[in-house]
Design a protein. Structure first.
Length: 96
């Protein structure tokens, strides 16, 4: 048996908005997905790079974003990175 972990950025965004952290989404309500250079845990025979969504969050709210979402493990979890996006080299964009 194989299981796959699938997150949802909408639950992430809702949690932030419900707690006063404004996030910018595109005008169509869609979320772009990016393949990064971050390895997922390998489970033979599966091995892949992490796919993430990206949201603009005010710098002074980044710690709040982590605190508010770290317990959402069943749908998304805390941010895997914030800061310079070039540190998570994006290999492919699924949203454009």
């Amino acid at each position: 048996m194989v299981s796959f972990y699938i997150g949802c950025s909408f639950s992430f965004s809702k949690t932030l908005l419900d707690n006063g952290v404004k996030v910018e989404e595109n005008s169509e309500g869609q979320v772009s997905m990016y393949v990064t250079n971050i390895d997922c845990f390998k489970s033979e025979p599966f091995q892949c790079k992490m796919v993430v969504s990206m949201l603009a969050i005010p710098e002074d709210k980044l710690n709040d974003a982590t605190t508010l979402t770290k317990d959402l493990c069943d749908v998304h979890g805390a941010p895997v990175h914030y800061g310079n996006a070039s540190e998570c080299y994006f290999l492919m964009n699924f949203g454009d």
